[in-house]
Design a protein around this ligand. Structure first.
Ligand SMILES: C[S@@+](CC[C@H](N)C(=O)[O-])C[C@H]1O[C@@H](n2cnc3c(N)ncnc32)[C@H](O)[C@@H]1O
Length: 163
């Protein structure tokens, strides 16, 4: 959608943000937040991701911030599109993941779109939580063998929803 404001919650090196490379014209701003944990992603730092973004054609659209999904420094209803890839399973215990989804819903604009990718069967529990938070068209798909984390017992799921 034209002039979209996008949040990548837990952007790491920005793999998901780079998917918007060809769509810069439609984007007003992409904000990538992260706590830059080196346990969750190697060589993780705001400076490293900044460098990657400067080498893409999104350089003038992307703003990186140090922030926790559990306490985001944004207004309510700020983002048209929110993406979060392979992040939520790092937030423990599960109750805190629920709090993360509440925070995501808070900053998501009405009629905005959400894409969550995450590993493990607990990901399917996000579906009910998102519906309780008012999301509609909540859809979950198993990403198949490309999403296996070493074993089919740890698959990756992709959830899409509209607020
Ligand atoms: C496996 S990496 C995925 C990075 C990127 N989204 C991707 O798909 O390539 C997980 C990222 O989540 C971040 N992270 C973990 N817990 C977080 C939290 N509570 N708030 C913000 N970022 C978090 C980590 O620092 C790490 O960069």
């Amino acid at each position: 959608k034209k002039d979209s404001k996008i949040l990548d919650a837990g952007c790491g090196h920005g793999a998901f943000m780079l998917q918007f490379n060809g769509q810069a014209a439609n984007i007003s701003e992409i904000i990538g937040i992260d706590i830059w944990s080196n346990k969750d992603q190697g060589s993780n730092s705001i400076a490293a991701t900044q460098k990657i973004m400067e080498n893409s054609n999104l350089a003038d659209k992307v703003k990186l911030k140090t922030a926790n999904i559990l306490d985001m420094p944004f207004n309510d209803n700020e983002f048209d599109l929110i993406v979060s890839s392979l992040v939520l399973h790092n937030i423990k215990p599960f109750e805190k993941r629920k709090a993360a989804l509440v925070n995501i819903a808070r900053v998501q604009k009405q009629k905005g779109q959400l894409v969550i990718m995450d590993i493990g069967y607990e990901t399917s529990k996000y579906v009910r939580i998102l519906k309780e938070l008012g999301y509609q068209n909540v859809n979950i798909v198993n990403a198949g063998y490309n999403g296996w984390w070493g074993t089919p017992m740890v698959p990756t799921f992709v959830i899409t929803a509209t607020k």
